[in-house]
Design a binder for this molecule. Structure first.
Ligand SMILES: NC(=O)C1=CN([C@@H]2O[C@H](COP(=O)(O)OP(=O)(O)OC[C@H]3O[C@@H](n4cnc5c(N)ncnc54)[C@H](O)[C@@H]3O)[C@@H](O)[C@H]2O)[C@@H](O)CC1
Ligand SMILES: Nc1ncnc2c1ncn2[C@@H]1O[C@H](COP(=O)(O)OP(=O)(O)O)[C@@H](O)[C@H]1O
Ligand SMILES: [K+]
Length: 624
């Protein structure tokens, strides 16, 4: 699934309208319809008493694929493959992305529009609803009790709601195309029997283009409308709010009526469904302006926007559903969009990773590679142990752990599967003179990982430079080895094999020479620019870890759990990536798949505890 900036989205929009000839109003209609369907899905879930938004009914849409990324996301045996709706329907290409914390399989909206009677049914509520209405209408019309062969009738299950009369939604409409999307949604909701009132943020006469057409269509249907600042509006007096104030055309903090409506909507306590992005969010960076909508659901149109994946924006967006609106998905790649969500599909198709981690029937330990780890010091020997054990669990054949010799007696037996290679360090610390020994050990290894628990020592820059320049295999650089790099001007260091850097935001700040807040402001943008400038694979850790390649490709991971914020979790990641490298994955594959597996293991580990706060790094290894 591709992830775009606002500018890329505008270019894709133009391309669709101008080159493919798909009218802008058609895209807006599709957007409005999609938003209305998601509002109805939310109403159904609420009717079913589901407070979280992750447990809706199944999908009747053959083209609907849901991707669960919540803490207790879809339990699919750990493969996280897409859930495909049971029955066929129209409307292919609809994809949803679930980022909420609530469990369950994300419920797509049903689209039984072209299905024959009784087929194309969604799970639970939707099917009963669709059939019930269809029968009722038929009977009321006095038609035959038995349908003639070859003739079929069905209600539009996507737009049917059993208790529609209990709902009244306000549509907050800005004067741009985002407002136009909201106005189109209002008509579809009205068609579903839901009461709707439009709340214009600006004088309706100021709307232009397609948004003005939507304004006129809504007026022609007699949908009631008020103008904020001119008419009295009580945002608490409704059952839900569509936020169609600002989208990707938003610039800076919301002003005037927009700001007041956003604040009032948040204060109303009503669920808010945002069109495309929550108003007040920077669509590119994920920064939230003051004020910013706190949405229950965001119906993102056509492609995921970067801001919806980056915190705090990802938090403000609630449950994110990406809906296709008629812009061909393939256009993104063709137009040079280089950021994608790290899904199993992306791992398989774009990164060519064998996600099954299949073993050859005739394989042996030599088949799966050998990791050399230079890590651990007196006070942080556990970091090395965690990395080494994680590398083994990632499936590599052998792991040799090079460590200061004083530590040897203490770690012998901790992990009998490991090979230990003591180097000079009678005080339990690393020394510059060990470079030659580490280099010798690295000679017959498939990759080298440096850093967890390493500590700093005199001459460490020159020590790292030698390993950087002379090891004849891919390198993974973590923890204190990153701090050594940050203090060195390593741009002149030569390197023949790929390097993977795995900084957390604090380490990234030191590497980039900016503040940690500066790192978090636009993680995707920073990861891309740093990786390209320094010719490294960059793994910027934290919630929604970003993996960026020197060639300008980035992947955003959504596996993981807040319980993973615990000492040593990063050491485990270093081990996993190294273990995958040793098995022959290339650097981008190992970094991306390693991050993905690490997050997945964190989720599994969190589920095993009574409370995920109890999670410790070793649990992640055991859950691999
Ligand atoms: N493929 C696409 O890109 C499509 C986009 N659509 C929608 O169009 C949106 C983009 O529409 P627009 O480019 O018209 O822009 P927006 O509708 O996001 O906002 C632009 C309007 O808001 C005002 N504005 C901007 N920043 C403001 C601020 N900080 N405070 C107050 N007012 C502000 C501007 O003066 C302008 O009138 C998307 O987010 C999406 O919802 C859909 O119509 C379908 C097609
Ligand atoms: N809220 C979160 N959601 C997902 N993953 C997280 C979260 N918090 C931490 N992690 C993951 O846990 C790991 C922590 O790494 P790091 O900060 O380097 O820990 P340490 O240095 O103690 O090993 C990273 O891979 C990070 O992405
Ligand atoms: K919006």
């Amino acid at each position: 699934m591709d992830v775009v900036t606002a500018e890329e989205m505008r270019a894709l929009d133009r391309e669709t309208i101008e080159r493919l000839g798909i009218p802008a109003i058609a895209l807006m209609e599709n957007a409005g319809r999609a938003i209305a369907e998601e509002v109805i899905a939310l109403c159904r879930r609420r009717g079913a008493g589901d407070a979280g938004y992750g447990a809706g009914g199944g999908s009747a849409d053959g083209g609907t694929r849901s991707y669960g990324a919540g803490a207790a996301g879809s339990a699919d045996g750990g493969t996280r493959s897409y859930g495909v709706g049971a029955a066929g329907g129209a409307g292919g290409g609809l994809r949803s992305y679930k980022a909420g914390a609530a469990g369950g399989v994300a419920g797509g909206s049903g689209d039984g529009g072209t299905s024959s009677y009784g087929a194309g049914v969604a799970g639970g509520l939707e099917s009963a609803d669709a059939e019930g209405r269809g029968l009722g209408a038929w009977a009321a019309g006095g038609g035959p009790a038995i349908q003639p062969r070859g003739f079929s009738v069905s209600a539009d299950s996507a737009l049917t709601l059993a208790a529609a009369g209990a709902e009244h939604w306000l549509v907050l409409a800005g004067k741009g195309n985002n407002g136009g999307d909201g106005l189109a949604a209002a008509r579809h909701l009205r068609e579903a029997g839901i009461a709707v009132t439009l709340v214009y943020a600006a004088a309706p006469e100021s709307l232009a283009g397609e948004a003005a057409l939507q304004r006129d269509a809504a007026a022609a249907m007699g949908i009631p409308a008020v103008v904020y600042g001119r008419d009295a509006v009580d945002l608490a007096a409704c059952s839900g709010i569509i936020d169609a104030l600002l989208g990707t055309g938003s610039a800076g903090a919301p002003r005037g009526a927009y700001a007041e409506l956003i604040a009032a909507a948040n204060a109303s306590g009503n669920p808010i469904v945002s069109a495309d992005i929550p108003s007040g969010l920077d669509a590119d960076t994920g920064e939230t302006h003051e004020p910013c909508i706190h949405a229950a659901v965001t119906v993102c149109l056509a492609f995921l926007k970067r801001g919806l994946l980056q915190y705090p924006g990802a938090g403000a967006a609630g449950h994110v559903v990406v809906r296709s609106i008629g812009i061909p998905a393939a256009l993104a790649r063709e137009s040079g969009v280089r950021v994608s969500l790290l899904t199993p599909e992306v791992l398989r198709t774009r990164l060519q990773v064998d996600v099954s981690r299949r073993r050859s029937p005739e394989g042996h330990k030599g088949t799966y590679g050998h990791v050399l780890l230079a890590a651990g010091s007196l006070r942080m020997s556990g970091a090395g142990l965690l990395s080494a054990r994680a590398a083994l669990r990632a499936g590599c054949g052998l792991v040799t752990w090079a460590l200061p010799d004083k530590l040897l007696p203490y770690v012998i037996g901790c992990a009998p599967e490991l090979m230990l290679a003591p180097v000079a360090g009678s005080d339990g610390e690393w020394h510059a003179g060990t470079a030659a020994e580490v280099l010798r050990l690295s000679g017959s290894r498939d990759c080298v990982a440096i850093g967890p628990g390493l500590g700093r020592f005199e001459g460490d820059t020159e020590w790292l430079r030698r390993l950087w320049e002379e090891t004849d295999s891919p390198l993974v650089i973590d923890a204190d080895a990153l701090n050594i790099l940050a203090d060195a001007d390593y741009s002149a260091w030569s390197r023949r094999h790929p390097v993977i850097l795995t900084p957390h935001p604090g380490e990234m700040a030191r590497l980039a020479g900016i503040s940690t807040a500066g790192v978090q402001r636009d993680r995707i943008g920073l990861a891309l620019s740093y990786a390209a400038a320094h010719g490294v694979i960059l793994v910027l850790k934290g919630a929604h870890t970003v993996i960026a390649t020197p060639e300008g490709q980035a992947y955003v991971n959504i596996t993981g759990h807040p319980g993973m914020g615990t000492g040593g979790a990063g050491d485990v990641l270093t081990g996993i990536i190294s273990g995958l490298l040793a098995q022959g994955l290339d650097a981008a594959q190992a970094a991306a798949f390693g991050v993905y597996l690490h997050g997945l293991a964190g989720e599994h580990a969190a589920r095993k505890r009574d409370n995920p706060a109890a999670l410790i790094a070793g649990d992640i290894i055991e859950a691999l």
